[in-house]
Design a protein around this ligand. Structure first.
Ligand code: MG
Length: 489
């Protein structure tokens, strides 16, 4: 019966792959005017997916009786399909349609509102998005808090209790580390390298070499340009990333390339026999982000990586030659509380996500109205980072997520950091991490990640995978240890 489920699932897999390719093309190649037709195509594909999904329901019913005989892969297949069944059968198409419609309008309004720093213009759309998401939570059902229903869609099984605990541990520890770093001026907030201009061509040379150093397979991987960097997997043997060149401060181009490569390595290493099956996909947002963060921060921003990549930087960017490894290391790790989440350093990043989480929880739980949000935002920025936004553009209007109705997403960014901390803690028991990075020997690191995480796809639920691979559930203490060692020792 599992075989039959998998066979029928192939069509869904193919639709999903087509959707990824269409989405990638939309960001990378499509002429502007193609967007209306592309929107129609994507909406039709999504309807087709729902229809095809419904054909699996009778088979899933039968799975109930056989549950006891299943091995762990088969259990995984049923678990994943049940999750999708639950979503499609409990959410009426009219609600999905309303959500898509408001999100599409909100995207346009948000972009303009952000430019003009005009929260009032965006406010009615945010209110509508929240209303629809609360309705969605009610339809899906939840225990204790409606926000749990939204969290679960990005991170299976994650609850408000888990996230509260994670942030309460992180915030107090990070405040201490940040305070010490500031008072002892261990890591500088500025570097002359921030101001250096580069040409797209020169930086593209660096990035081409970096993906070679990371060992990205030429015949299964490619890199292109887009406004916002992302990773897309069309199939296990066709994984793509994008990057961007802003012309100044080369960290952004370098680290988005390493970040997206981290996502790509995950997709490239899912056990090949799982392909075309419901569990041949990454397990969750948190785990996915842990891969990008591990490669970006624990590897990319380490002293050993600076040593490894310095010749490449020097070869392509003349202004690097006058800086030694220590200076480049500090440039990679500037510590400065700032307004913008995506520009935040390792020590301040999680304050940004914690703030958004607290506000989302209040909005979805009905404890705060949208009118109160800008003020709450500014108060929390002051409390967490000691700074207040000059206007809503650099405050509450900065992220795209709320215009899209993505509530429950932000906590998974921090969970990704937490899981990356667990990887850092555990991998060093078996692999001399710094030595390997220093000489660019990434194979043992990849094969460790393959064994612990990648190969399993979605066989196990995220919390079970964490216990199985690390012997404990999500533990922020590991990230704290990593940050203490890096920033205080
Ligand atoms: Mg990412």
């Amino acid at each position: 019966m599992i075989r039959e489920l998998n066979e029928k699932y192939r069509t869904l897999w193919a639709l999903n792959s087509a959707e990824s390719l269409l989405g990638w093309d939309l960001e990378v190649n499509m002429p502007e005017k193609g967007s209306t037709a592309r929107g129609t195509v994507l909406a039709e594909v999504s309807l087709l997916t729902q229809k095809k999904m419904a054909e699996l329901y009778p088979l899933l019913e039968k799975a109930d009786e056989k549950q006891k005989e299943f091995n762990e892969y088969e259990k995984g297949v049923v678990r994943i399909l049940r999750r999708r069944q639950k979503f499609f059968t409990r959410i009426p198409p009219s609600l999905l349609e309303a959500e898509q419609k408001v999100a599409a309008e909100a995207a346009v309004v948000w972009r303009d509102a952000r430019k003009k720093s005009d929260f009032q213009a965006f406010k009615p759309y945010l209110e509508k998005n929240i209303e629809l998401k609360r309705e969605e939570a009610e339809k899906l059902g939840y225990e204790k808090h409606p926000y749990n229903a939204l969290l679960d869609q990005y991170e299976e099984g994650l609850t408000v209790e888990d996230v509260d605990e994670m942030f309460s541990k992180l915030i107090s520890a990070l405040k201490k580390i940040l305070g010490k770093v500031k008072s002892e001026s261990r890591f500088t907030p500025i570097s002359p390298l921030v101001e250096k201009n580069y040409t797209t061509e020169s930086m593209a040379g660096v990035n081409r070499k970096v993906i070679e150093i990371l060992g990205m397979p030429k015949d299964r991987f490619r890199m292109d340009l887009s406004t916002h960097p992302f990773e897309a997997n069309i199939s296990r043997d066709d994984v793509r990333i994008t990057t961007r060149y802003e012309g100044k401060d080369f960290r952004s181009a370098l680290f988005s390339t390493i970040h997206e490569s981290g996502h790509a390595i995950y997709e490239l290493q899912i056990y090949e026999k799982l392909e075309f099956s419901p569990i041949g996909i990454a397990v969750s947002n948190g785990f996915h982000e842990s891969q990008s963060r591990f490669w970006e921060n624990m590897i990319g921003r380490s002293k050993s990586f600076v040593h490894l990549v310095k010749p490449t930087l020097q070869e392509n960017l003349d202004f690097v030659a006058s800086h030694n490894e220590e200076e480049i290391y500090h440039y990679f790790n500037l510590v400065r509380p700032g307004m913008i989440r995506v520009d935040a350093d390792e020590l301040t990043y999680n304050f940004h996500t914690a703030l958004r989480y607290e506000l989302e929880k209040k909005m979805i739980g009905g404890q705060a109205s949208v009118s109160e949000l800008p003020q709450l935002w500014n108060e929390m920025m002051e409390e967490y980072l000691g700074i207040t936004p000059k206007n809503d553009s650099e405050g509450i209007l900065q992220d795209i997520h709320w215009s899209q109705g993505s509530f429950g997403y932000f906590p998974t960014y921090s969970l990704g950091n937490v899981i990356a901390g667990m990887i850092w803690y555990n991998i060093r028991k078996e692999i001399a991490l710094d030595e390997k990075i220093r000489v660019g020997d990434f194979e043992p690191i990849k094969s460790w990640l393959y064994q612990k995480i990648h190969r399993w796809g979605s066989t196990f639920a995220p919390k079970d995978l964490a216990k199985r691979s690390f012997g404990e559930s999500f533990n922020p203490e590991r990230l704290v240890q990593y940050l203490e060692q890096k920033f205080l020792n």
